[in-house]
Design a protein. Structure first.
Length: 352
């Protein structure tokens, strides 16, 4: 730039009016503010969504360490023990070895005769040998939450050794987000309105969570093709249900008792007074803490109480309003899950 050009530039700057200077200054401030807002929004998005992005599975496999979960759980859960059988078995009642202090869903007191008849039908009480002999069990409990929708976690979920699904959550048509591998499915009669063949694998274990004696009676009726019972359920369970008897198990109510008293902190007096019971998802997490060497969860958590429109499940449009009559204390469970996450007993594949 020559001397004349420099002089013209200086003269131009000197001719800028105060108004133009003010506009220029305001424009600069507006631009700076826009940059700050954009940066803050970007950071918020990153912190909120980054934990929701699918993680690669290879590092997860390397992390599995035998004894890690039990050692941490023993600190968090009083009288923690892995000595209890996973599923109920006939020998527990045939010789009256298992004398429970509690009735269902926290124990089997008063249901021994019914259990003997049911367990004699299935003649299966154990975990499949291919799972039992694993040196380190890597498990994922797949919740039914809406945050699984469009998560693209299907391939990640399929790579775990044990995939636990809940109630009537479908797999068919949602494979991209939830995978298609099912090792165990926890359910109860009212939540059995799914196709056992379409949404499970041929060798998937159908794990009955008995909340009441009628739940065991329903399963016995289905397997033995007896006259159907229609009363006593809060929602009518399936009347025709095609399932292989050898795939049926009954979860030991011990895990429900631990969930209520040691994870959620409900004392014995409260259990007798309150109708609220732990959700199947919370129960499945407790079970995994006693059975697995690495526990991950996905699809847990509900919308904010102020959000009346967002669905709570990835597969249907039911909103939070439906939980008001469910009898579940989801606030208490959210606190418990956050504590488990903070103590690194579990890890989350989605945000919570």
């Amino acid at each position: 730039m020559d001397a004349q050009s420099v002089n013209n530039e200086i003269c131009h700057k000197e001719r800028v009016s105060p108004t133009n200077k003010m506009i220029s200054k305001k424009g600069w401030k507006a631009g700076a503010l826009l940059l700050i807002v954009t940066f803050c929004f970007g950071m918020f998005w990153y912190l909120h969504v980054e934990t929701y992005l699918p993680r690669t599975y290879e590092p997860v496999r390397e992390m599995c360490s035998v004894g890690d979960v039990p050692s941490k759980a023993a600190i968090f859960i009083s009288n923690y023990s892995r000595d209890h059988p996973v599923f109920l078995q006939l020998s527990d009642y045939f010789w009256v070895k298992n004398q429970s202090f509690y009735e269902l869903p926290y124990g089997t007191k008063g249901s021994e005769d019914l259990l003997m008849k049911f367990l004699a039908l299935t003649n299966r009480y154990h975990v499949p040998p291919e799972i039992e002999r694993l040196s380190c069990r890597r498990c994922v409990v797949v919740g039914n939450g809406h945050r699984l929708r469009n998560s693209s976690l299907g391939e990640v979920i399929n790579k775990y050794d044990v995939v636990i699904r809940l109630n009537n959550a479908p797999v068919h048509k949602y494979e991209r987000d939830v995978g298609n591998k099912t090792t165990m499915r926890f359910f109860y009669p009212e939540s059995a309105d799914f196709d056992p063949n379409l949404d499970n694998n041929p060798d998937s274990l159908m794990v009955l969570v008995p909340f009441k004696p009628l739940d065991i009676q329903w399963m016995k009726i289905i397997l033995n093709n007896e006259k159907r019972v229609r009363k006593g359920f809060w929602k009518m369970p399936p009347i025709i249900w095609e399932v292989e008897p050898q795939n049926i198990r009954i979860l030991n109510p011990y895990y429900m008792e631990v969930t209520a008293t040691k994870i959620l902190g409900i004392d014995q007096d409260q259990k007798k007074k309150m109708k609220a019971k732990p959700t199947t998802g919370m129960l499945a997490i407790t079970f995994a803490l006693h059975f697995c060497d690495l526990v991950h969860i996905a699809g847990f958590g509900y919308p904010a109480s102020s959000n009346k429109k967002q669905p709570i499940h990835y597969y249907e449009k039911v909103t939070l309003k439906s939980m008001a009559v469910s009898g579940h204390n989801i606030t208490l469970e959210a606190v418990a899950i956050n504590q488990l996450l903070q103590h690194r007993l579990i890890q989350n594949l989605t945000y919570f």
